[in-house]
Design a binder for this molecule. Structure first.
Ligand SMILES: *[C@@H]1O[C@H](CO)[C@@H](O)[C@H](O)[C@H]1NC(C)=O
Ligand SMILES: *[C@@H]1O[C@H](CO)[C@@H](O)[C@H](O)[C@H]1NC(C)=O
Ligand SMILES: *[C@@H]1O[C@H](CO)[C@@H](O)[C@H](O)[C@H]1NC(C)=O
Ligand SMILES: [Fe+2]
Length: 479
């Protein structure tokens, strides 16, 4: 190619870039240009101390708790013993070292290829008091281990509560950074938006081994506060080449959910109420079209939501519905077409998802007018619609999803590809604060912080005010 032609091409490209840049600046959303520093995205070696196996014969490891009932007066405590089943007993009480109560659980085990799991214990501890610190002990004599947790305040519209939102965590140095930052955040319970260990990136017996290491890795938080689980694609583990064809086999053996308490027939979808929030967990990878069990359950569960008791309605699922990243673009469509209309009708406050390894927050928008014979296929501002938040940036070995669609779609309010976690600080029935913390900044500097008014208690009030002041909805749609 002649040098003159090259020069012209270069000029043409430059002009194009300048035009694109102008178009970008026309949009309302923010694409953060923050340049991250990051740890390399490989898994921490198994001999690292973050995976240390507790000492002593048959010592309990991978200790974790989750909510055990509908209203927060029970926990399910789970752990693994390596040498023999041993007791599934939890001793507990309200003062340290004094365990006047006990509960008995169940033990299970499974194989995956030639890997044989340890003995996995699940013990329901119920009849707890609200807002109380409990101490608990598991295992026998010299190998026993002690932990504690705090129960939530009672179900009340003004019970304050702080949830952490973590997704796609994995077990790299970035994952460790996310976990450590979260643990300084003041979060009281984690809403985990799926993709836990990334053990399925391994082969043969290493799959099971990496599930075990992840259980020990996360214990620093999961033993002391409930993590509310939802399943992602990395939990499916459909691996016919090694003879493993039962979806979610490792996940379902290891992670308990209180699905029966919300009348679900499947641990992959369920609901809990905690403080002032009603939390609905959905499974992106289970049937959800009309008449399927998940569809029927969600229809009925939404009717049970009582915004006078739990004003904050939150949905958790793995695959985002509104995502402007090139990674996993539109993978949430099949769920959107069946459930979005309900989310708008019931005025869901937040939909938290993961899957895309970046952070993104939407405005309140909906695309429910579209049907295959109408032409309205575009999301429009909608005050009854949820805010969609993607927090798939926990730090797994697949790295970040840094390529966003340009220009930023109008529905996207803020997006950035850095590792981090979110917190949702519920203050009372009308106000909550959503923060996103990137790991690079340390805990005290949220990179995105927004005040949200409750869809049930605050939106009517606000609408009246807006009308009075002749304000346009645009630019105010966060609220
Ligand atoms: C579970 O553990 C029992 C007792 O050690 C053992 O006999 C059985 O084979 C194990 N089952 C699986 C599926 O690993
Ligand atoms: C499809 O959308 C059009 C335009 O919004 C509407 O008039 C029509 O009733 C819709 N059809 C169905 C079956 O919902
Ligand atoms: C709710 O919390 C917000 C934010 O902290 C505060 O401004 C507001 O006054 C509170 N409302 C009530 C009724 O306490
Ligand atoms: Fe995923």
């Amino acid at each position: 190619m002649a040098p003159g032609v090259q020069f012209t091409l270069f000029q043409l490209l430059l002009t194009l870039f300048l035009i694109l840049d102008l178009v970008k600046k026309g949009g309302a959303g923010i694409t953060s240009t923050f340049t991250r520093s990051q740890w390399q995205s490989f898994d921490i070696p198994l001999d690292n101390k973050v995976f240390a196996i507790p000492t002593g014969y048959n010592a309990p490891q991978q200790v974790r708790i989750t909510q055990g009932d509908y209203d927060g007066k029970a926990v399910i405590i789970s752990w693994v013993t390596a040498d023999e089943p041993g007791p599934s007993k939890v001793q507990y009480g309200t003062s340290e070292k004094k365990y006047d109560l006990s509960a008995d659980g169940k033990v299970t085990n499974y194989t995956f290829y030639n890997y044989k799991s340890g003995y996995i214990h699940h013990c329901l501890v119920d009849g707890l008091e609200y807002e109380t610190k409990y101490y608990y002990k598991i295992g026998l004599s010299a190998s026993s281990r002690e932990f504690w947790f705090q129960t939530p305040p009672k179900i009340d519209p003004d019970s304050p509560f702080t949830f952490g939102i973590i997704g796609d965590l994995g077990q790299t140095y970035n994952s460790l950074s996310t976990l450590e930052h979260y643990m300084q955040s003041g979060g009281q319970t984690v809403l985990f938006v799926g993709d836990l260990s990334y053990a399925d990136r391994y082969q043969y017996n290493d799959v099971g081994i990496r599930w075990d290491s992840w259980g020990r890795f996360t214990e620093r938080s999961t033993a002391y506060q409930p993590w509310i689980w939802s399943a992602g694609n990395h939990e499916i583990e459909y691996m016919p080449d090694v003879g493993e064809v039962i979806p979610f086999k490792s996940y379902l053996h290891r992670y308990s959910t209180p699905y029966l308490a919300s009348r679900s027939n499947n641990p992959l979808w369920y609901a809990i109420r905690r403080a002032s929030a009603h939390i609905i967990v959905l499974s992106s990878y289970s049937p959800h079209v009309k008449y399927t069990p998940q569809w029927q359950w969600l229809r009925d569960e939404l009717k049970r939501v009582d915004r006078k008791k739990t004003p904050w309605l939150i949905v958790v699922m793995h695959v985002p519905i509104y995502n402007s990243n090139q990674a996993h673009f539109m993978e949430g469509e099949s769920i959107r077409v069946v459930f979005e209309r309900w989310f708008v009708h019931y005025r869901v406050d937040f939909i938290f998802a993961g899957h895309v390894h970046a952070y993104e927050r939407s405005y309140r928008i909906s695309n429910i007018r579209y049907n295959v014979s109408s032409g309205d296929r575009y999301p429009v501002p909608d005050r009854s619609a949820p805010v969609y938040v993607t927090v798939g940036d926990g730090g797994n070995q697949e790295g970040l999803a840094g390529r966003f669609w340009d220009p930023q779609p109008e529905y996207s309010a803020f997006r950035e590809a850095s590792y981090g976690h979110s917190t949702l600080e519920i203050k009372n029935r009308t106000h909550s604060f959503l923060h996103w913390h990137r790991n690079d900044d340390g805990q005290r500097v949220p990179a995105d912080s927004v005040v949200f008014l409750n869809r049930h208690w605050a939106s009517n009030l606000r609408r009246r005010k807006l009308k009075k002041n002749h304000l346009k909805a645009r630019g105010e749609i966060n609220f």
